[in-house]
Design a protein around this ligand. Structure first.
Ligand code: GLC
Ligand code: CA
Length: 559
């Protein structure tokens, strides 16, 4: 694996709508982000990914783009964006935007023109088909519920494809003209000084054609779009072309949102010269998920979590650099999902931070994670904004769940858990806005907020600062960034431990992933130096280290 400029960095995801509101309209914005750059720099964030801020009706919170060449006025202006890129550069930080090109918005000019003239140039930018008996040409179910076909406005005999929401018509990647438009747009942004992109839902760009039905898998008579995706071949041709035409000339950093990749495809995706620089590890994210919906999805135990992470480490090994997360804007908060119920506390949050951050790959922090922000306890479905949560609620009810059970599933999995405003202070609206926040602030902001944690040297926030500093410390970076990965005590329940090794040194990351204390052995004859500890000390016994509940230590082993 060739070393890359970004390997030793730390990445951070901003969900702009919920990060910081500079003008009191209740919506976070670019000037808000600029005002917090020093905070992010101090945390140790180097690469900042912004969820979409392009012009959009925000039907799916900006993942429905109406103009790829401009900023939505709610977030700011192009001048603000240029300022953000420049201010970031001054601090040696890089800005990465979201690239949403499986679909655009139904309010995009291309789609409006396609509706005016479905047989014209822009009609070919989409998948537009004739309806038969009031139905589209196949039975796929969209990710957000209902059929993927919707009548084309103004043409009741025709319909268009949308694998996500009906306000997100799919772009036709088979059309070389469309692909050319996309590459031109990507280069336009890179010319503005952007470092690269996070690439949204990208495997969906390849469809199995001609359209056909797949086995019905729910009572709605439809079939999950996953069934089609499993069969689709040839996405690599598009991805390789996009890399060559748009990313490679700029040495852009790209991270793919890739689910369900086949193991043999890994080298093509993230090996040297692969389609992307990196892609996210979703092994633990999707663990326990069910095709039936959230009401049937299970939790994940500490041992299962460890096994998912280790399986990815083994699979990726020397091939490339995976991107490690515990949450993002589509998932519940990591501390609410990966820490057993009732046990989320500063110690366990720091432990989780330690174990996911120091495995091999690029560590990502999602906004608020560094404070230990938690899921919200919604008291009714009316408090939920997210379209996918509302759909999953309906699916649960239709599958026979009671309203309380359906709400419970939403509490566990809702994307709004991660989308509540960033908790800056213990003051009104958590200091996020002087107006009315677009989404209710998590009521726990009086205990969990940035201002208080900044003052407390033992806070989760300060612990994250120590983690980023440790990974970047020239004395350890060779090992923690590029070194090998070997599981330690892998078969012991309630433990997550591993060795990172280079010619220079061996570092042991060892966590007691349970409430009860336990004694864990060190590799034979090892003296050690403590590099990081989420408790103030560590007890030694002849059998090994006696770790407190959720204690995690990072040790440099003496040879
Ligand atoms: C990705 C995004 C998600 C969005 C979807 C459709 O999964 O992360 O937020 O709803 O794509 O663009
Ligand atoms: Ca605002």
């Amino acid at each position: 694996m060739k070393k890359q400029w970004w390997h030793g960095k730390c990445a951070y995801q901003i969900y702009p709508k919920s990060f910081c509101d500079s003008n009191g309209d209740g919506i976070g914005d670019l000037q808000g982000i600029i005002s917090k750059l020093d905070y992010l720099k101090d945390l140790g964030a180097d690469i900042l990914w912004l969820s979409p801020i392009y012009v959009s009706p925000l039907a799916d919170q900006g993942y429905d783009i109406a103009d790829y060449y401009n900023i939505d006025p709610r977030f700011g202006t192009l001048a603000d964006m240029d300022e953000l890129i420049a201010e970031a550069k001054k601090r040696d930080m890089d800005i990465v935007m979201d690239l949403v090109v499986n679909h655009c918005s139904d309010e995009h000019e291309w789609f409006r023109k396609a509706c005016e003239d479905p047989d014209g140039q822009y009609g070919k930018y989409f998948y537009i088909e004739d309806m038969k008996d009031g139905k589209g040409p196949c039975n796929w179910r969209s990710y957000f519920g209902g059929p993927v076909w919707e009548p084309l406005p103004g043409h009741p005999d025709k319909c268009y494809l949308h694998v996500f929401h009906k306000k997100q018509p799919d772009l036709n990647w088979e059309n070389p003209k469309l692909r050319e438009e996309i590459y031109t747009m990507i280069r336009w942004w890179l010319d503005r000084g952007l470092a690269g992109f996070r690439i949204d839902a990208i495997l969906n760009i390849k469809k199995v054609l001609p359209f056909k039905d797949y086995p019905v898998d729910r009572e709605d008579g439809l079939s999950s779009v996953h069934n089609m995706l499993h069969e689709a071949k040839g996405v690599g041709d598009f991805l390789g072309e996009m890399r060559d035409r748009a990313f490679a000339p700029y040495d852009a950093f790209t991270v793919g949102e890739v689910f369900d990749e086949k193991e043999e495809d890994l080298p093509a995706f993230i090996g040297d010269g692969g389609y992307f620089s990196s892609m996210f590890d979703f092994a633990e994210t999707v663990f326990g998920s069910s095709e039936n919906g959230w009401q049937d999805a299970g939790g994940i135990t500490p041992d299962q979590y460890r096994d998912c992470v280790f399986a990815t480490q083994k699979k990726v090994d020397q091939i490339g650099f995976i991107s490690n997360i515990i949450e993002n804007h589509d998932e519940p908060r990591g501390v609410s999902r990966y820490i057993p119920e009732g046990d989320a506390c500063p110690a366990s949050k720091k432990m989780l931070a330690t174990v996911y951050f120091l495995v091999k790959g690029l560590p990502w922090i999602y906004q608020g994670q560094e404070l230990g922000m938690e899921n919200v306890h919604f008291s009714s479905i009316e408090e939920v904004d997210d379209i996918s949560s509302i759909d999953n609620y309906r699916v649960a009810i239709e599958a026979g769940a009671t309203p309380e059970e359906a709400l419970d599933a939403v509490r566990r999995f809702s994307r709004d858990n991660a989308r509540t405003p960033f908790q800056w202070t213990a003051g009104e609206n958590a200091g996020f806005t002087t107006g009315t926040p677009w989404l209710r602030v998590n009521p726990n902001y009086t205990e969990i907020n940035q201002a208080d944690e900044a003052k407390d040297p033992d806070s989760v926030l300060h612990y994250y600062r120590r983690l980023t500093r440790l990974r970047k410390d020239p004395a350890y970076a060779e090992t923690l960034v590029w070194g090998g990965f070997t599981p330690w005590l892998q078969d012991r329940p309630g433990v997550m431990a591993y060795l990172r090794t280079s010619e220079k040194q061996t570092i042991l990351v060892m966590a007691n992933y349970q409430r009860e204390p336990q004694v864990l052995p060190l590799p034979e004859n090892s003296g050690y130096k403590v590099l990081l500890n989420n408790y103030s000390s560590v007890k030694e016994t002849p059998e090994g280290l006696a770790l407190e509940g959720y204690q995690a230590v990072v040790l440099e082993l003496e040879k």
